[in-house]
Design a protein around this ligand. Structure first.
Ligand code: FAD
Ligand code: FES
Ligand code: FES
Length: 1251
């Protein structure tokens, strides 16, 4: 690889490294998924030569929040510099391909960068190093296991002979594993020699538009720059400031960056304490503290260093720690940041300098509470060593580790009394209130005081704080004290606090059948072959919508969104936007008076709000400008006057206001109401599930190119359903569908969220392109995407169940409410699925279900992987657990007593065949070693009070195919070219689920042609008309049938040639056929099934969870899954779907919280599971010998079903909480709404600290 030197005179203000790479250099491998520094999709490696150590330093940074000036003197490696599909991939890229670590591929370049940087710094990393390296890289598709597996050859597996790679002996993966690559150092980019020689003597002075950035290299230069620019603002890592850069767009500003000032980077240790220069990054601090620990012997000092190491370990992620500085950290003056509590507890001081060069020290506590010194430069932070016998600990309680802004953190110290001084217990809490809360008591009191009295001390202190303190946060804080007290009290010795991460190494085990021995090696079906474009994705070459090159006269569209949830629009003043530089057009509902309404099943949502807004974030119009920045800034200038009304924001509000969509959806079997009186037990309860955001990594976007003839337009869009987009655009523009060509190569994740929602940007973009006769691009920012796209429906279930002492359920009555948001979308269809599936794998003789769909003033909710079934599954498993708890038997026993047997007809109308369900159930128990785990969990719970474990199993039945026959159809088009190569087009969308690969495998076997000869380029309405939306896990069945039909037809056309020339090659047959005027193009239709659902996919799972009752956190210790996917067409892809689906389901039940504010505003950021969320022991088996009803080549649909299995985690957490409650004397059942956040766990533990 060679480096490229870039020289550029035309820099725009505030341009981040990511914008520069993508827009200026057209290096689009680095992706923009969040633009907030939280997902790692934009990761790049910065390499710098350290003249002191004479070594190269490589670090990862998030390019989306890295200002351009920051990279002065650095070599930047983007994914394009790691390896390319054409010139050769890096071994780690090859491994990622082989391990199926790529699904949609949007996160992949960022992953490659983080892993590559790790290997550059440490060619033999540990398993934990690998996990740490990608903690800041989010993936919504894979479930991370396959990504970790790709690093196996670089890591010394701590399991030795037990290594999971050796466990897969029976599966075909062993062939894949043997192809794994080890590192090849010659493939590492050469560090540019010019940069090695470059001495950072001269300060950098850069001007971007009206802003100046000065980057001094020593303190003298900094002082001079400051005196020349007295109003200048300091900056360092820019992680806090970088996000705000836009705010200063219209001002003349000057920033002085401290990050390169040599004197400010020093960290030194003396007997007095540690001095950390303001420009030292957290990574530098961590390295220094780790090294210093080796030379220190006094325990007190060691505790201090360890507490800082514990704090830094979970403060943000590598990409942030590599640039964020301690100076910037304290100068943020945010009292809820993690380390602030620790620094205050340690009595840290700051060394400040004013503009005259006068320096003074100040207690950090005073610095933070007094704005007077805000303009001064932080030179260093001093951490004193007060007392050599001091015990110190740091604890953190975030929503997700690695990005914990909104949790509580606590630092505690206790001094031993000496002859002449009294020791103290000091505790500082961040995140409990807006201030850092400090309590201080004599240390002997701490040791002798009862926990209740300490609680009193904290409550007393909190009574001085303004504003209410959340009880759950208080409980977390008390839990921290409890933990600390336990440790200190242990006979004077202070144990190291147990870390959050289980020290046990992770174990993964994947089992599936080999292809039959007699199957020819050229036949790709039933083999774990990586996705077709995996090599392009891993190299960052594969293009997503916003990676497409700009058109010469391209314009950019930004939507104008409402900031009221429910209001009449009094007036809209567009003048500010219209006069903004670069603005070309503004559009609103008046541009489409006849066709302003849209919807999939009914047109009940306005494209642009006309007279009233019905949710916060609803598009009111759009601004079209020459650059995306101009469009975004101008959109903010639009002034809308509203007449506000009280919004309906929740299901409760809707029920109160009688605000519903459609009528009640009911299901009835037998006579539930008449049966209740005869039951031994009747139980009632309510369980709720919250909204879940799709968080596909590629936000919705479109580029529309109007053609100059006959109103023709072409639109490239990220989506799941071309036909709906085509017809919505045609309707809006009042042109026929045959003028609208919708094109699509791939989508960076969808999960149901791109079925209908892309219309919200496609139609405005098409309208703008049509009006202005120019190509128009519109790509939603993450914030906009979160605001305007629908989520998984929140649900409420009110159940009444009757059962007998023999554990058989006799009757069930459920009232179901879903929150549809402001319009219909697919809500009634989703509700139909919920009520059809509510009894899960049980057969209940008497059932009454009534479903109501609430209309609220929130964004319209729609399809999401599982389509209403996961929520119903949570409800039914809650009912089962309720019965089990009441009858004092295991939940597994209730399940087994009520299993639906072969022939039972559930509400879906397709009779059950229980064979593979029972097989999966039995095999899962065996694989999980259920009985042993059950005993272990009971023993653990007997032994420990503050930590509890829970074990849960559940079976799975999921329909594949749609009850409405019209949805079970698809088309495929096969062209054979004269060189024998085959082009396969179809109506499905590749959204990361491996559809293209599976269809190519089908075509390859059907035609008897090697896989390498067949290619799928894109999905287009021009080649395939009227395609059904890619959804419901049935697209492979539907389109695969069409592919089979097309191939069969083609072969029958070629048969006469074959008969004439039995020994001819494929190429000769094709040429002969052409010369004999045989058409080599076939369009075929596929319509599998008998008109309704095709079959059920079955499975089972078992999970063990450990809950920390002091903090509410949990960890999934193990999950075992057994799935019946028939004979998997591609086990590599199917296992990936199972793991990814499970982790997404885990997010729904236990992690992801969508909290709409009181005014209806959506959150601007959202947390999804990261690599640490993966079960520590994760085993997936594809059931062997599944002979039952399937479709193409004995395979079954798999995309959605495994998501439901995550409900085992919900059940296991509940089981652990019930064990904790039992210890407290609380024996009643708890429903436990989803997601079970740490706060909910604490609430369920009765907001009590187990003592
Ligand atoms: C994605 C993400 C995740 C994060 N996660 C966590 C987390 O888990 N826990 C946590 O505690 N924090 C977290 N943070 C916050 C992070 O620690 C701070 O943003 C960072 O420490 C600020 O340092 P900086 O060098 O980047 O400051 P900058 O952004 O450069 O500056 C911040 C402020 O300090 C001023 N300033 C900078 N240097 C000086 C100086 N020497 N003298 C005077 N003023 C100065 C600037 O003017 C500005 O006002 C996270 C941040 C991000 C972006
Ligand atoms: S971290 Fe940069 S795009 Fe997400
Ligand atoms: S493969 Fe990671 S986000 Fe899709």
């Amino acid at each position: 690889m060679t480096a490229v030197e870039v020289s550029d005179e035309d820099l725009q203000y505030g341009m981040t490294l990511l914008i520069y790479l993508r827009s200026k250099l057209r290096l689009t491998g680095s992706k923009n998924a969040c633009n907030q520094g939280v997902c790692g999709a934009c990761s790049v490696i910065l390499s710098k030569f350290d003249h002191h150590t004479q070594k190269l330093r490589h670090v990862t940074v998030n390019a989306c929040i890295t200002p351009l000036y920051y990279v002065h003197g650095c070599a930047i490696t983007t994914v394009e510099g790691i390896g390319t599909a054409r010139d050769g991939l890096h071994p780690l890229q090859k491994n990622l391909v082989q391990s199926h670590g790529i699904q949609c591929g949007f996160c992949t370049p960022g992953m490659v960068i983080s892993l590559c940087c790790l290997l550059r710094n440490n060619p033999k990393p540990t398993q934990d190093d690998v996990e740490r390296a990608i903690e800041g890289n989010l993936c919504r598709c894979t479930g991370y296991r396959s990504i970790l597996d790709s690093m196996n050859t670089f890591v010394d597996c701590p399991m030795g002979e037990d290594c999971c790679k050796r466990d897969i002996k029976k599966s075909e993966t062993k062939e894949v594993v043997s192809e794994y690559q080890t590192a090849d150092p010659t493939q590492t980019a050469i560090f540019p020699p010019e940069l090695k020689k470059w001495q950072p003597d001269d300060q950098l002075w850069m001007t971007f538009g009206r802003t100046t950035w000065i980057v001094p290299t020593n303190l003298k230069q900094l002082q001079r720059a400051w005196s020349d620019n007295p109003g200048a603002r300091f900056v360092a890592g820019a992680t806090a400031l970088g996000k705000l850069v836009k705010e200063y767009e219209e001002e003349n500003l000057c920033f002085i960056s401290c990050h390169g000032v040599e004197e400010l980077q020093n960290i030194s240790l003396s007997h007095m304490g540690i001095d950390v220069g303001a420009a030292a990054t957290f990574t530098m601090m961590e390295d220094f503290f780790k090294t210093s620990k080796q030379s220190i012997t006094e325990t007190g000092k060691l505790f201090i260093l360890q507490a800082f190491l514990d704090c830094i370990r979970w403060l943000a992620v590598d990409q942030i720690r590599n640039v964020a500085t301690i100076g910037g950290y304290v100068a943020c003056r945010a009292l809820n940041l993690d380390m602030i509590a620790l620094l205050i507890a340690m009595d840290a001081t700051v060394n400040l300098m004013d503009s005259t060069g006068t320096c003074h020290n100040m207690k950090l506590e005073n610095y933070l509470s007094d704005d007077q010194n805000a303009k001064e430069l932080v030179l260093k932070v001093h951490i004193p060593f007060n007392n050599k016998y001091q015990y110190v600990s740091f604890q953190k309680h975030p929503q997700r580790r690695g990005d914990g802004f909104n949790g509580v953190s606590a630092a505690m110290t206790v001094d031993n009394e000496t002859d002449d001084s009294m020791g103290h217990f000091t505790a500082c809490f961040g995140g409990l209130t807006r201030n850092t809360v400090k309590i201080d008591t004599p240390s002997d009191l701490f040791k002798s005081l009862s926990f209740e009295k300490l609680e009193g001390v904290l409550r007393n202190r909190l009574s001085e704080e303004k504003g209410e303190v959340k009880e759950e946060l208080l409980v977390v804080s008390l839990g921290f004290i409890r933990k600390f007290q336990d440790l200190v009290n242990e006979e004077g010795s202070f144990k190291e606090l147990p870390g959050h991460i289980d020290p046990e190494p992770r174990r993964f085990n994947i089992v599936f059948d080999d292809a039959p021995a007699e199957q020819p090696p050229t036949d790709p079906v039933w083999r774990p072959i990586p996705q077709t474009t995996a090599e392009d994705l891993v190299a960052g070459q594969a293009m997503f919508i916003d990676d497409m090159p700009s058109y010469q006269n391209e314009l950019h569209l930004c939507l104008v969104l409402s900031n009221k949830a429910r209001a009449k629009i009094v007036s809209v003043d567009w003048s500010g936007a219209q006069s903004f530089p670069g603005v070309v057009d503004c559009i609103d509902h008046t541009a489409i008076p006849e066709t302003n309404k849209w919807g999939l099943m009914a047109c009940d949502e306005e494209m642009f709000a006309s007279s009233e807004v019905v949710y916060y974030g609803q598009p009111v119009g759009a601004v079209i400008a020459k650059s995306p920045e101009q469009a975004a800034s101008a959109a903010e200038k639009v002034k809308i006057e509203y007449d506000e009304m009280k919004p309906i924001l929740t299901i409760e509000d809707a029920i109160r206001s009688d605000s519903f969509i459609d009528t009640t959806i009911s299901r009835v079997r037998g006579e539930a109401s008449k049966t209740f009186p005869d039951c031994d037990k009747t139980l009632e309860g309510t369980i709720c599930t919250g909204a879940q955001e799709h968080f596909y990594m590629e936000t919705i976007g479109a580029i529309c190119i109007p053609k100059k003839e006959q109103n023709e337009i072409e639109i490239f869009v990220t989506h799941q359903g071309p036909t709906f987009i085509q017809s919505s655009i045609a309707t809006c523009l009042q042109i026929p569908c045959n003028r609208v060509i919708v094109r699509h190569k791939r989508t960076g994740g969808a999960f149901g969220g791109k079925e209908t929602q892309p219309v919200k940007i496609c139609v405005p973009v098409a309208l703008a392109a049509h009006r202005n006769n120019c190509p128009v691009r519109g790509v939603l920012t993450r914030k906009q995407d979160l605001a305007i796209t629908g989520k998984r429906h929140p649900y409420q279930f009110h159940y009444k169940v009757g059962c007998n002492k023999d554990c058989r359920i006799q009757c069930l009555d459920v009232k179901v409410y879903s929150d549809a948001g402001c319009s219909r979308d697919t809500s009634p269809e989703v509700m139909n699925c919920t009520v059809d599936y509510i009894e899960g794998c049980c057969a209940i003789p008497n059932v009454t279900i009534e479903g109501r769909i609430c209309r609220t003033n929130t964004v319209s909710n729609g399809s999401f992987r599982g389509f209403g079934i996961p929520q119903g599954c949570v409800a039914m498993e809650t009912v089962i657990d309720h019965i089990a708890h009441t009858l004092n038997v295991s939940s597994k026993h209730i399940q087994e007593m009520n299993f639906a047997k072969t022939g039972f007809v559930p509400f879906t109308k397709l009779p059950i065949e229980d064979e593979t369900m029972l097989k999966s159930w039995a095999q899962c128990q065996k694989q999980a070693n259920y009985s042993q785990k059950d005993a272990d969990v009971m023993a653990f719970n007997e032994k420990y009070k503050q930590k509890k474990r829970g074990l849960a199993m559940m079976p799975l039945r999921f329909q594949i195919g749609f009850p409405a026959p019209l949805l079970n159809q698809g088309n495929a088009l096969v062209h054979v070219y004269l060189d024998g190569s085959v082009s396969l087009s179809h109506g499905g969308c590749e959204i990361g689920q491996g559809l293209n690969m599976k269809l190519l495998q089908i075509a390859s076997r059907a035609l008897g042609v090697p896989l390498s000869k067949i290619y799928t380029s894109e999905n287009s309405t021009q080649t395939i008309a009227n395609a059904v939306i890619t959804m419901g896990s049935s697209t492979t069945d539907v389109i695969g049938t069409a592919v089979l039909n097309a191939c069969t037809e083609l072969l029958s056309r070629l048969q006469p040639v074959k008969e004439r020339k039995p020994n001819a090659s494929w190429e000769e047959i094709i040429r002969d056929a052409y010369f004999n005027r045989i058409s080599l193009s076939v369009m075929a239709h596929g319509r599998p099934g008998d008109g309704g659902i095709f079959y059920y996919t079955y499975g089972a799972a078992c999970s063990v969870v450990e809950v920390d009752c002091l903090t509410g956190e949990h960890q999934v210790l193990s999950t075992d899954i057994v799935m019946d996917v028939g004979r998997s067409l591609n086990p590599g892809i199917d296992v990936g779907q199972i793991e990814g689906g499970f982790l997404q389901g885990y997010g729904m039940v236990a992690f992801e919280e969508w909290k709409v504010k009181e005014n209806g505003e959506s959150p601007t950021s959202y947390r999804i599971p990261d690599v640490r969320s993966l079960p520590r022991d994760f085993n997936v088996t594809l059931l062997s010998n599944c002979p039952k009803k399937t479709m193409v080549y004995s395979s079954k649909g798999i995309g959605e079903p495994p998501l439901l299995l995550a409900v085992t985690v919900h059940k296991a957490i509940r089981s652990a909480i019930l064990a904790a409650r039992k210890d407290m004397g609380l024996t009643d059942f708890i429903q436990l709404d989803c997601p079970v956040t740490p706060t909910k766990v604490l609430e369920a533990c009765h907001k009590k600290v187990p003592i």
